[in-house]
Design a protein around this ligand. Sequence first.
Ligand code: HEM
Length: 452
Amino acid sequence: MNKPTPLAGPKGGYFSGSVVSFRRDQLGFYEASFRDYGDVVETKMGPYRTLLLYHPDAIEELLVTRNRDFVKSPGIQLLRPLLGDGLLLSEGDTWLRQRRLVQPAFHRQRVAGYGEVMAAFAERHVAGWKDGAEIEVYAEMMAVTQAIVGKTLFDAEVSDRDAHGVAESARVLAEDFAARLGSVTARFIPAWMPTPSNIRSRRAIGRVDSVVNRIIAERRASGEDRGDLLSMLLQAQDADDGTRMTARQVRDEVMTLFLAGHETTAVTLAWTFYLLARHPEADARLAAELGAVLGGRAPAVADLPRLAYAGMVVTEAMRLYPPAYGLGRQATRATELAGQPVGAGDIIITPTWVVHRDPRWFDEPLAFRPERWAGDLAQRLPRFAYFPFGGGPRQCIGNAFAQMEAVLILAAIAQRYRLTLTPGQRVKPTPYVTLRPEPGIRVRLTRRGCRR
Ligand code: HEM
């Protein structure tokens, strides 16, 4: 096949392509590429021809219509030493079998059943807070969401100490991930080579592994079938009907669900509180709704239909700060997108960060306005103008879980406390695996008057 005529886009260096601009400021690079070149942008990332897709229809083609022509990109594959062949990174028959096995744990009714744990854990956590205290809200949210995913999916206790160790390891691994992603050469250094960064990463993986392996070992030793996801996975390990999973596959799946199942939600909540702190009018409206619906008692799943504004707050926070700020794929064969030829090996990126801030779909796109979701906006938008959970067959399996969890935690906290930013902070959205607030979000807690 002849080489396709290049589309418009940043050329960058001869060998590195756009990797240098990408490393310097990934979000700025995505914004500038869209502003300067439009909906489909061609560039090079090291050896790879790379297309950036900004139009919802082209993104739909990538994730839905032509998803069979693509696999996860080499960028996200950098997480393989940590996540192995779990749901996020596996492909083909292995992925399909695992997805079918895990899916029942995420059926609507099952998820509704987790609501009680979510609300109870949020209440328990906030009970330890004090009026006037200062906290770092991202770390707090990591602890709550880890404890929730551990309990709901694996019926395991994840202590604050475990949570702290995992969060610290996740930070080391996220930094390492970002450094490799933004380097032409580092990503080709094999994981077994004893470089300082490999040693650091291996140690961090070891710490997370010890938590995950303990969760698995305790259940195995108990021999109990608790009818939850972990029991389902262990039964599959013992199956003799051709669907058997190895111990390594069980570990990879538990690790993937444990990590994918908490950091994204913690990031969402951290940004939610940041936005509320900067928009007192939205915060007051939320407090009024919580007061009217809950009147001081703990939130429950049955309250969710009446916590409409809380839902909109979370939806709007994920629009402005999508935890998965861009999705990456690689073509496995020659195909096309938006009428443009795509060759085998080409990389495709959907910069969600930019799509969610596109004025063609959102009025005043940079404004935090939860009430924009009150009417029929969600129905009017093109399907992939707002896609914090991705779409198509690889859509987030924890979508309903995460939305319910975020609203219940938000409700439990926000009806008790107002969070205000401590002065002099500059919080920067930093694209690691997820879009983290750096260097964290420091807030002061003020107890709301209505709960005396
Ligand atoms: C606000 C929270 C969350 C966000 C924004 C989010 C976002 C995403 C996105 C965008 C994808 C698709 C990635 C791609 O197409 O390349 C994904 C996949 C996935 N997510 Fe989530 N997620 C969240 C919460 C969760 C939770 C709570 C769980 C589990 C308890 C979870 C487990 C997974 C798994 C296993 C996959 C891979 C699914 C597959 O490929 O079959 N996520 N997530």
